[in-house]
Design a protein. Structure first.
Length: 172
Protein backbone atom coordinates (compact mmCIF):
# COMPACT_ATOMS: atom_id res chain seq x y z
CA UNK A 1 0.00 0.00 0.00
CA UNK A 2 1.29 3.46 -0.87
CA UNK A 3 1.10 5.64 2.25
CA UNK A 4 1.57 8.83 0.24
CA UNK A 5 -1.54 10.27 -1.37
CA UNK A 6 -2.16 13.71 -2.84
CA UNK A 7 -5.29 15.32 -1.46
CA UNK A 8 -7.14 17.43 -2.47
CA UNK A 9 -4.50 19.12 -4.64
CA UNK A 10 -0.75 18.62 -5.21
CA UNK A 11 0.13 21.23 -2.57
CA UNK A 12 -1.38 19.13 0.23
CA UNK A 13 -0.19 15.60 0.91
CA UNK A 14 -2.30 13.22 2.97
CA UNK A 15 -0.38 10.31 4.42
CA UNK A 16 -0.24 7.66 7.06
CA UNK A 17 2.91 8.89 8.84
CA UNK A 18 6.04 6.82 8.26
CA UNK A 19 9.66 7.83 7.64
CA UNK A 20 9.37 6.73 4.00
CA UNK A 21 6.17 8.72 3.32
CA UNK A 22 7.60 11.77 5.14
CA UNK A 23 10.80 11.67 3.06
CA UNK A 24 8.74 11.51 -0.14
CA UNK A 25 6.57 14.41 1.03
CA UNK A 26 9.55 16.63 1.87
CA UNK A 27 10.94 16.16 -1.65
CA UNK A 28 7.69 17.60 -2.99
CA UNK A 29 6.93 20.26 -0.37
CA UNK A 30 10.14 22.17 0.42
CA UNK A 31 9.60 24.99 -2.07
CA UNK A 32 11.85 28.02 -1.56
CA UNK A 33 10.37 29.72 -4.64
CA UNK A 34 6.95 29.91 -2.95
CA UNK A 35 8.31 32.28 -0.28
CA UNK A 36 10.67 34.27 -2.53
CA UNK A 37 8.48 37.38 -2.19
CA UNK A 38 9.13 37.37 1.59
CA UNK A 39 12.92 37.42 1.19
CA UNK A 40 14.63 40.67 0.32
CA UNK A 41 17.97 39.89 -1.28
CA UNK A 42 20.79 42.12 -0.08
CA UNK A 43 24.43 41.33 -0.96
CA UNK A 44 26.26 40.01 2.10
CA UNK A 45 28.83 42.82 2.01
CA UNK A 46 26.05 45.35 2.67
CA UNK A 47 24.78 43.64 5.83
CA UNK A 48 26.07 44.31 9.35
CA UNK A 49 28.69 41.78 10.47
CA UNK A 50 26.38 40.33 13.12
CA UNK A 51 23.33 40.01 10.79
CA UNK A 52 21.51 36.68 11.02
CA UNK A 53 18.87 35.79 8.45
CA UNK A 54 17.91 32.87 10.72
CA UNK A 55 17.14 35.28 13.57
CA UNK A 56 15.08 37.43 11.19
CA UNK A 57 13.01 34.39 10.20
CA UNK A 58 12.55 33.43 13.88
CA UNK A 59 11.38 36.99 14.56
CA UNK A 60 8.91 36.75 11.68
CA UNK A 61 7.42 33.60 13.27
CA UNK A 62 7.33 35.33 16.68
CA UNK A 63 5.26 38.17 15.19
CA UNK A 64 2.43 35.66 14.71
CA UNK A 65 1.96 35.98 10.95
CA UNK A 66 1.07 32.27 10.93
CA UNK A 67 -1.12 30.55 13.52
CA UNK A 68 -1.17 26.95 14.71
CA UNK A 69 -4.01 25.08 12.97
CA UNK A 70 -4.39 21.41 13.90
CA UNK A 71 -5.01 18.74 11.27
CA UNK A 72 -8.39 17.00 11.29
CA UNK A 73 -8.41 14.06 13.71
CA UNK A 74 -7.97 10.62 12.23
CA UNK A 75 -5.24 8.30 10.98
CA UNK A 76 -3.91 10.68 8.32
CA UNK A 77 -1.39 13.48 8.58
CA UNK A 78 -1.75 16.39 6.14
CA UNK A 79 1.41 18.22 5.04
CA UNK A 80 1.05 21.50 3.16
CA UNK A 81 3.30 23.45 0.84
CA UNK A 82 4.45 26.93 1.92
CA UNK A 83 1.91 28.58 -0.42
CA UNK A 84 -0.98 26.67 1.15
CA UNK A 85 0.29 27.50 4.66
CA UNK A 86 0.44 31.19 3.70
CA UNK A 87 -3.04 31.07 2.14
CA UNK A 88 -4.44 29.45 5.30
CA UNK A 89 -2.41 31.84 7.49
CA UNK A 90 -1.14 28.86 9.45
CA UNK A 91 -0.83 25.13 9.83
CA UNK A 92 0.26 22.48 12.29
CA UNK A 93 3.86 21.88 13.36
CA UNK A 94 4.89 20.05 10.18
CA UNK A 95 3.35 22.71 7.92
CA UNK A 96 5.14 25.46 9.86
CA UNK A 97 8.43 23.50 9.74
CA UNK A 98 8.09 23.00 5.97
CA UNK A 99 7.37 26.72 5.60
CA UNK A 100 10.33 27.63 7.84
CA UNK A 101 12.78 25.36 6.02
CA UNK A 102 11.63 26.75 2.66
CA UNK A 103 11.97 30.34 3.92
CA UNK A 104 15.48 29.71 5.31
CA UNK A 105 16.64 27.86 2.21
CA UNK A 106 15.43 30.75 0.03
CA UNK A 107 17.64 33.02 2.14
CA UNK A 108 20.66 30.77 1.53
CA UNK A 109 20.58 28.96 4.88
CA UNK A 110 21.00 25.18 5.09
CA UNK A 111 17.79 23.92 6.74
CA UNK A 112 15.94 20.62 7.12
CA UNK A 113 12.69 19.47 8.70
CA UNK A 114 13.17 17.21 11.71
CA UNK A 115 10.45 14.84 12.91
CA UNK A 116 10.50 13.48 16.42
CA UNK A 117 9.00 14.04 19.86
CA UNK A 118 8.58 17.06 22.10
CA UNK A 119 8.15 17.04 25.88
CA UNK A 120 5.34 19.52 26.63
CA UNK A 121 2.83 19.83 29.46
CA UNK A 122 4.12 16.68 31.15
CA UNK A 123 3.90 14.37 28.16
CA UNK A 124 5.75 13.40 24.97
CA UNK A 125 4.03 14.06 21.65
CA UNK A 126 4.87 13.82 17.97
CA UNK A 127 6.35 17.02 16.60
CA UNK A 128 8.24 18.62 13.70
CA UNK A 129 10.67 21.55 13.69
CA UNK A 130 13.54 23.00 11.63
CA UNK A 131 17.24 22.37 12.17
CA UNK A 132 20.14 23.69 10.16
CA UNK A 133 23.30 25.70 10.16
CA UNK A 134 24.17 29.22 9.15
CA UNK A 135 27.34 31.27 9.48
CA UNK A 136 26.83 31.36 13.27
CA UNK A 137 26.59 27.55 13.58
CA UNK A 138 23.93 24.97 14.31
CA UNK A 139 20.36 26.04 15.17
CA UNK A 140 16.88 24.70 15.92
CA UNK A 141 13.90 26.84 14.89
CA UNK A 142 10.52 26.11 16.47
CA UNK A 143 7.93 27.06 13.86
CA UNK A 144 5.00 27.11 16.28
CA UNK A 145 6.56 29.89 18.39
CA UNK A 146 9.60 31.26 16.60
CA UNK A 147 11.87 29.97 19.36
CA UNK A 148 15.48 29.80 18.21
CA UNK A 149 18.05 27.59 19.94
CA UNK A 150 21.74 27.55 19.06
CA UNK A 151 24.58 25.16 19.79
CA UNK A 152 22.69 22.00 20.68
CA UNK A 153 19.20 20.54 20.64
CA UNK A 154 17.34 21.16 23.93
CA UNK A 155 16.61 17.99 25.91
CA UNK A 156 12.85 18.36 25.40
CA UNK A 157 13.30 17.75 21.64
CA UNK A 158 14.09 14.17 20.56
CA UNK A 159 14.72 13.68 16.85
CA UNK A 160 13.59 10.55 15.02
CA UNK A 161 14.70 11.53 11.52
CA UNK A 162 15.97 14.50 9.54
CA UNK A 163 14.20 15.22 6.25
CA UNK A 164 16.31 17.10 3.71
CA UNK A 165 15.09 17.96 0.24
CA UNK A 166 17.13 17.51 -2.91
CA UNK A 167 16.73 21.15 -4.03
CA UNK A 168 19.32 23.88 -3.91
CA UNK A 169 18.77 26.52 -1.19
CA UNK A 170 18.09 29.33 -3.67
CA UNK A 171 16.09 27.32 -6.20
CA UNK A 172 13.73 29.76 -7.88
Amino acid sequence: MNNLLSYPRPEIIRMIPSPHAQRQAIQRLIRPWEVAHLVRTVPLGYLPVNHSFTENVAGWFQEGELQYIADPSGPFDYWCSPAVTLDRKGGDCDDLAIFGASFLRRGGVKASVVVGSLWSNGTWGGHAWVEGSDRFGWFLLEGTSGGLYRGQRPAWYVASHVLSPAVSPLEA
